[in-house]
Design a protein. Structure first.
Length: 401
């Protein structure tokens, strides 16, 4: 029995060639418990393939996410735009970025507040003071035509050689409020610069923008641009003169009333004009400036008649010319200046009321024109439009038949 058992080979062990044939294709054997077990070679090669494919196990991904620092946002600003702004500041400047931003805003507010805090407000009671040093500090300088040296090297090319033309241009600029001696040079330089500059701009635009530029059209547009730039300063000066005249004309009756009060209070004409010039600064800057120039010329010792005539010439307003005529006649004939001012101030008030009534009477006419152009055509279109459409459809139907 023992020899027979030794002669029978072991059923559990197979020859190597038979064992290789018995393995499944995946190279997985089954252990006695029934669970599949990978072969040694396949198990060793599996991690290498995973690493080559670039996939990481979940544990590695969790470690990488934990390595990134988390931005802490205060609870009060969580959510919305403030939280995004907080995160951006932390990303740009680090954890202290929001504090840097608050410090920068505080510094900016301090720079704005310091000049306002150091500015000294004017005492309202100073207006009742008649000290000469206050007048010396706040009145205009005696030499309003002092040359500031602007474009002095180009004076031979910019200033007209004809003295009559130069005087006319200077008078025009003074009427517009430009009193400096260099105003004529700046005026002509501005005309030349704008003319050449807009000429070049027009030429560049008409040559570069179109695909196939027409040189004739480009030259025409460039010339139009240049002419517009050359005459723009002239239009600006004329516009400033008109605005300045209108402002002086509207404020002059109030100035006459205040001047009458000052003269009846015992002041001379010179002191009354100085006082009114000071009081009119907030109401009418151009008139206050002209009155201050008159006061400065009085204090410089210039003849009163010449000062008043220069005042009328600078302002170029009919009301002021009439006032100067009244003052010269009152001085020449020895009549009461207060009585003349009372009559003239009443006349100025009546003229201002008449101008207001004239504008009020013109307003209905302007409204009528606007109503005709912007209300009647839409109304006619609404009323007649449907009938016109039906007529067109009926005629179209007849023609088709």
């Amino acid at each position: 029995m023992t020899e027979r058992a030794a002669a029978i080979p072991n059923q559990d062990t197979l020859p190597p060639e038979l064992e290789a044939e018995a393995l499944p294709p995946g190279g997985v054997t089954q252990d006695p418990a029934g669970a599949p077990a990978p072969q040694a070679g396949a198990g060793a090669a599996q991690p290498t393939a995973d690493a080559a494919a670039g996939t990481a196990p979940p544990e590695a991904a969790g470690d990488a996410a934990a390595a990134q620092p988390e931005i802490l946002v205060p609870e009060g600003i969580s959510g919305g735009m403030m939280e995004r702004l907080w995160i951006v500041l932390v990303d740009l400047f680090g954890p202290a970025g929001p504090f840097y931003a608050v410090a920068a805003i505080g510094l900016l507010l301090a720079l704005v507040a310091i000049p306002l805090a150091l500015r000294k407000n004017k005492d309202p009671l100073d207006r009742f003071s008649f000290r000469d040093d206050r007048l010396d500090d706040e009145l205009v300088r005696l030499r309003t035509d002092k040359d500031d040296g602007q474009l002095a090297s180009l004076s031979n090319y910019l200033e007209p050689e004809d003295q009559e033309e130069y005087s006319e241009v200077r008078t025009t600029l003074r009427a517009a409020g430009y009193r400096g001696a260099s105003a004529v040079r700046v005026f002509y330089f501005t005309r030349a610069a704008l003319g050449l500059g807009l000429l070049a701009v027009g030429l560049i635009l008409m040559v570069l923008i179109p695909d196939d530029p027409d040189m004739v059209v480009a030259a025409g547009f460039s010339l139009a641009f240049g002419l517009a730039g050359y005459f723009a300063p002239v239009y600006w000066v004329q516009r400033q003169i008109a605005v300045r005249k209108e402002e002086i004309r509207n404020a002059f009756p109030d100035a006459m009333d205040m001047m009458l009060v000052c003269i009846e209070g015992g002041q001379s004409l010179d002191q009354a004009m100085a006082r009114v010039g000071k009081e009119m600064e907030s109401a009418s800057g151009p008139l206050a400036e002209e009155l201050q120039v008159v006061t400065s010329e009085f204090r410089a010792g210039k003849e009163r008649v010449a000062v008043l005539r220069d005042f009328a010439e600078r302002c170029a307003v009919n009301d002021i010319s009439s006032f100067v005529t009244v003052m010269i006649q009152a001085t020449a004939f020895g009549t009461s200046i207060s009585q003349a001012l009372r009559v003239y101030a009443a006349e100025m008030r009546d003229k201002r009321l008449m101008r207001a009534e004239e504008k009020a009477n013109i307003l209905p006419t302007k409204l009528t024109l606007g109503t005709m152009f912007f209300t009647v055509p839409p109304l006619v279109l609404i009323l007649i439009g449907p009938s016109v459409i039906q007529i067109i459809r009926a005629l179209t139907g007849l023609s088709s038949q």
